[in-house]
Design a protein around this ligand. Sequence first.
Ligand SMILES: *Cc1c(COP(=O)(O)O)cnc(C)c1O
Length: 219
Amino acid sequence: MSIKHNLQNIKSTLPEDVTLVAVSKTKPVSDIMEAYDAGHRVFGENKIQEMVEKHEQMPDDIQWHMIGHVQRNKVKYMASFVSMIHGIDSLRLLEEVNKQAMKHDRIIDCLLQIKIASEDSKFGMTFNDAKALLTSEALSELKNIKVVGVMGMATFTNDQDQLNDEFSYLKKCYDELQSSHSNFKIISMGMSGDYQLAIDCGSTMVRVGSSIFGARNYN
Ligand SMILES: *Cc1c(COP(=O)(O)O)cnc(C)c1O
């Protein structure tokens, strides 16, 4: 199946209020252009350098989402154009995003990554960390970022009960934080293998790569 058909198939199953981030990491510009020509505009990358290179070669109306772990010293390379940063896991990182966004006179939308997986390798804050950050005075001084929701990565497993528990936990975190943070509107959870379940659990933004672009080749 072509990229265009994969996209159309997935979009036809998504509720209207769920945003599809097409995860194009490791894929060439020609593949991304195929999705672009089919009308898609929201793409996700997990490496800043790769996203910058693709951004330079592609149309300006693409919304680029940084979905990977972000190193503070690289924020400056994407601050002029990145549309949303999903992986915020500390106030220090948020301060750096704010500083770089200010240089470009922009306000960058950010999501707090909350650790929902049982594996040690997944980044993220605890619910209490996120709550402390959101209520901190330091945050209220950051005028060039907007925290608009949460992001989570579930455990790499086929166990539907476990996935259900992890997604439901993130939804619960979101609901509690949202009650005192009216900017909140996004729950980014769900990937190729589990986005339908994630939507059932309340996801408003799914990040789908291999189901659109095919398996990734890591050389
Ligand atoms: C790669 C990646 C995805 C997409 O994974 P697929 O299983 O290919 O859909 C989603 N989210 C993050 C953070 C990723 O790094």
